[in-house]
Ligand binder design. Structure first.
Ligand code: ADP
Length: 237
């Protein structure tokens, strides 16, 4: 796939294959084209050339919501969290959005209970049960990323795209998110952009290194981290 912005190729002939069930990292120096790839895969941006297939289907011409319904879901950004809603309400809103029945559910208490129960299950999955009633804006930073994962899980993803899940975290938070990503990746495919190479090493089966919009190397951590071109690209950052 290729994406040009006024003639400048931010992503140039990138052939990215993510195996079903794998945890795959997309790494590379700033400006390499990682975010653009995410935007192309989730259809937030149209490709200039090329094709995108997911689960055997051509999704090149689809809209973001259609792709999300097929199970290819990108993590919500923290900015998408409603700070005045509780942690649990945030997950409930995501569930409601996924099931697409607007605000009707407020009228039915059994429906509301179903949403609440499912929201609490998802919070338990990401270790946030004790924060359920806290306003989301009050969550410590590391826990906000866990909430982001819970709201993403509410979309019932088969493939999750996580954008720097450990960015700006303390090492304790990093360990917790790594364990969480491992857990939620069971039975799913995960593609993540990650700057912390320790995290990549511990988590990912396969790594694609981008630089200046092109694939510089691909393979497991051991092969990619020994690649002189990769080392040079990082040192030149
Ligand atoms: P990364 O996520 O790896 O840091 P990006 O995908 O954000 O890289 O950016 C890749 C290149 O494309 C950069 O040179 C960036 O300036 C450029 N770029 C990204 N988005 C746009 C845009 N909307 N318009 C013009 N140039 C863009």
């Amino acid at each position: 796939m290729t994406k040009e912005f006024r003639g400048f190729a931010a992503v140039s002939n990138v052939n990215l294959k993510v195996r079903r069930g794998s945890i795959h990292a997309l790494i590379g120096p700033n400006g390499a084209g990682k975010t653009t790839c995410f935007n192309l895969l989730t259809k937030f941006l149209p490709v200039t050339r090329g094709r995108i297939t997911y689960d055997g289907r051509d999704i090149t011409a689809m809209k973001p919501a259609e792709v999300a319904r097929l199970g290819l879901v990108r993590s919500f950004q923290i900015s998408a969290v409603f700070p005045h809603f509780t942690v649990m309400e945030n997950v409930r809103v995501a569930l409601q959005r996924q099931r697409g029945n607007s605000f009707d559910f407020w009228r039915s208490s059994s429906m509301l209970k179903q949403y609440n129960d499912r929201a609490m299950e998802l919070l338990a999955d990401v270790g946030l049960t004790q924060y359920a009633e806290l306003a989301a804006g009050q969550l410590p930073y590391g826990r906000k990323r866990a909430l982001e994962i819970a709201t993403t899980l509410a979309m019932e993803p088969q493939m999750m795209l996580l954008d720097e899940p450990t960015a700006g975290m303390t090492s304790e938070d990093v360990d917790r998110i790594v364990a969480l990503v491992k857990r939620v990746s069971q039975g799913r495919t995960v593609l993540l952009v990650e700057h912390n190479l320790k995290v990549v090493e511990g988590l990912c089966d396969r790594i694609t290194v981008l630089a200046r919009g092109q694939v510089l190397a691909e393979g497991d951590y051991a092969s990619v981290s020994r690649n002189p071109e990769v080392i040079a690209a990082y040192l030149g950052e």
